[in-house]
Design a binder for this molecule. Structure first.
Ligand code: BGC
Length: 350
């Protein structure tokens, strides 16, 4: 089988290679890989700044945004041949820490978790892959063309859960949400916001391309103004920050109405410096009982929430999020950013 491999730590080492077909360990599913999505983390890995190969090896099979079709499922696994599935990314640390011991491996405390396609275990960017049934989530059959959005949707489902839990420390009935960034995470966050009946606002830099209409077709409002102006106008109860851009992150911290919740989901490179009014930021967060929470990754519950959210979304809207499909043999093209890209995916089957 062919697989998309990379040498973590080495720039431009991305290469589709022929690898032996995997054989499922006892109880595992054998899955035909259909599609993998490309995200910022994959770009960091191919850029040589993130990622770890499995111990004792140089190369890692890339890909954590997965979609595949079950080829073989052991009896009693709960899956059957033909099922459409996505694989969970993270595996608990071996100790395990208290969170991992409770299935909350997305909240691992000791950092010794592993992640498929990112940290020490091969990913899903392969024509065949195996997965433990407990780390596979089924998707409805009509989602074949868009099911690769499952992993980013799981990250967003977790972010929303965090907002609800943090808000739940007192009376909390948010009405307006501002999402900063109309990339795949921002747009999926907007989708889940509208599914909850919230008034959704999305801020992005671009005024052309697919993003404005994707936002409007959700019934949400698209903004390209200066972040401060948008915050003044919208006065959001919740901000989901999905750019990782320092100016937006810091504007968000003080950008909510009283008792606001800001959820940071964007991963920025270290070393970015800006000047901020630390006094005002602190003062406002304290005087308004605001909360800021960071959120990454997802556990099984969030994958199931994502499957439910995708199932009830408009499939044609989801299709429009996938703006480019690249065949495995030309995978490098998926990493060249083009102006109208939202989600770029790699087709694994020839
Ligand atoms: C993935 C997460 C992962 C994180 C850090 C993200 O792109 O979606 O699953 O935890 O990168 O490795």
């Amino acid at each position: 089988m062919r697989a998309l491999t990379v040498h973590p730590g080495r720039q431009n080492s991305l290469e589709p290679r022929q690898l032996p077909d995997p054989s499922p360990a006892d109880g595992e599913l054998l899955v035909r890989g259909l599609t993998v999505g490309v995200c910022g983390t994959d770009r960091e890995i191919t850029g040589g700044t993130y990622g770890w190969a499995p111990p004792g090896r140089d190369r890692l099979v890339l890909g954590h945004e997965s979609l595949g079709r079950v080829e073989q499922a052991p009896p009693g696994s709960g899956f059957s041949a033909g099922d459409l599935v996505a694989g969970v990314v993270r595996r608990p640390d071996p100790v395990p820490c208290g969170a991992c011991a409770r299935g909350e491996f997305d909240m691992c405390r000791n950092g010794r978790y592993t992640e498929r396609g990112i940290k020490e275990i091969d990913g899903y960017g392969a024509q065949l892959w195996c997965v433990e049934p407990g780390y596979a989530v089924r998707l409805q059959p009509h989602l074949e063309d868009v099911g690769v959005l499952m992993e980013p949707a799981s990250v967003v489902a977790k972010a929303w859960e965090q907002v609800e839990r943090v808000g739940g420390r007192s009376w909390f009935e948010p009405r307006r949400v501002l999402v900063t960034g109309a990339g795949p995470i921002g747009l999926l966050a907007a989708l889940l916001g509208t599914q909850q009946g919230l008034e959704v606002h999305v801020l992005d830099r671009v005024s052309s391309g697919p993003k404005p209409s994707l936002v409007r077709d959700l019934g949400a409002t698209y903004h390209t103004d200066d972040v401060e102006r948008v915050i003044d106008k919208v006065c959001p109860d919740v901000i989901i920050e999905a750019t990782g851009a320092s100016a937006l992150v810091f504007a968000s911290l003080t950008g909510t109405a009283s008792y606001g919740v800001v959820c940071l989901t964007g991963v920025s490179p270290a070393g970015r410096r800006i000047t901020v009014d630390a006094g005002s930021i602190n003062r406002e967060i304290v005087l308004q009982n605001d909360a800021v929470v960071g959120s990454v990754n997802a556990n099984l519950t969030h994958f199931r929430q994502a499957a439910a959210a995708l199932a009830k979304a408009d499939r044609r809207w989801l299709e429009r999020l996938i703006t480019r499909r690249v065949p495995l043999e030309h995978a490098a093209r998926a990493f060249e950013t083009q102006p109208d890209d939202v989600k770029v995916v790699i087709d694994l089957q020839d």
